[in-house]
Design a protein around this ligand. Sequence first.
Ligand code: ADP
Ligand code: ASP
Ligand code: MG
Length: 411
Amino acid sequence: MSLIVQKYGGTSVGSVERIEAVADKIEQMYKDGHQLIVVVSAMSGETNRLIGLANDIDTMANPREMDVLLSTGEQVTIALLCIALHKRGIGAKSYTGSQIKILTDNSHGKARIREIDDFRVKEDLTSGHVVVVAGFQGADETGNITTLGRGGSDTTAVALAAALKADECQIYTDVDGVYTTDPRMVSEARRLNKITFEEMLEMASQGSKILQIRSVEFAGKYSVPLRVLSSFEEGPGTLIAIEEGNQMEKPLVSGIAFNKDEAKLTIRGIPDQPGVAYKVLGAISAANIEIDVIVQNVAKDNSATITFTVHKSSLPQAEALLNEIASDLGALEVDADNRIAKVSIVGVGMRSHAGVAATMFEALSTEGINIQLITTSEIKITVVIDERYLELAVRALHSAFELDKPDLNDH
Ligand code: ADP
Ligand code: ASP
Ligand code: MG
């Protein structure tokens, strides 16, 4: 008998019919003798609908109350799924995040899980119940309801799998696995049988919204075997696993991620002196604005330019702060651009191969796409380009690295 944590995303539970289909799937697994913990998202569109309702009253709503509101989406699904399971003669019990004691910190809207009290879940599993848990939510030390950030049900599932030492954590969604890039953008994208935690983490942090970043971090940290599968069709899905050291020929690039959520800020004509970068970027961080790509250049006249990216929603605040800093430092100018896109190629094979960057830049230049910024890590190269060329860039890179062709090592 194995213990499996399954998570069903919004589209997978998007209607009463879909919830019944999920109940059928669970019934089958249950009858095969598995112990099951099922984490569900809100029905598709529900979280956005709730945000819309709050915005109709006040776009600056209190974060604590936003969490109380948003957590209701998942609460509806757990109850409906249990009703569907009871109809099939299966003992099932639903729990919200605070009931099961998913203890988080108190950062409303982006809370982090600290601890899970697994006592009740274990008791229910032992007495033959399927345990159904509302994803995306927990409670802080004083019992305030918190949410884990968009896509957070993935993290609930992996955290439960880690806490209960499950044999596998299965993420059921509307695609049949992790693809070389978003199949909605490139129809030639190919499903990967396997991807490493490291690669998946880069893909997620560079914009592939298939898994929430924190869920991959958790899975890597606690070695939770993680699989992404479709709830609409049968298939092996994609296994996210530890890198096997002895593969002779790893693919150079495993996947392409992209992101249109960032904006670029540039401050020109600042002194090339110690402490200046700190003054510029420190003030932005102190305002709790997350900074992503950072590039600094020094011109012949010893004046420096710093360019960095922030989330589009933080642009007005970051630009206002940068203008203040610019007048303090006597800078030449500040420039903001929110029509940018970030494209990243990711692959552990890059570690041992030269020339990957050259292939990337050649493919972009053949399409006449100008590169505005470049940043790299050991297994990733990211470029910032004009957002108008995003799709062209992703397609060009997908074919330059032959990602549409079956890979011999990918088995
Ligand atoms: P869920 O509601 O089940 O959590 P999401 O919408 O969060 O589903 O994630 C699934 C979506 O992720 C897919 O429909 C797909 O468009 C998108 N996606 C982005 N990048 C990839 C990728 N590399 N492979 C597969 N799907 C991807
Ligand atoms: N319902 C939440 C969202 O839409 C959490 C999730 O689906 O994972 O972001
Ligand atoms: Mg999701």
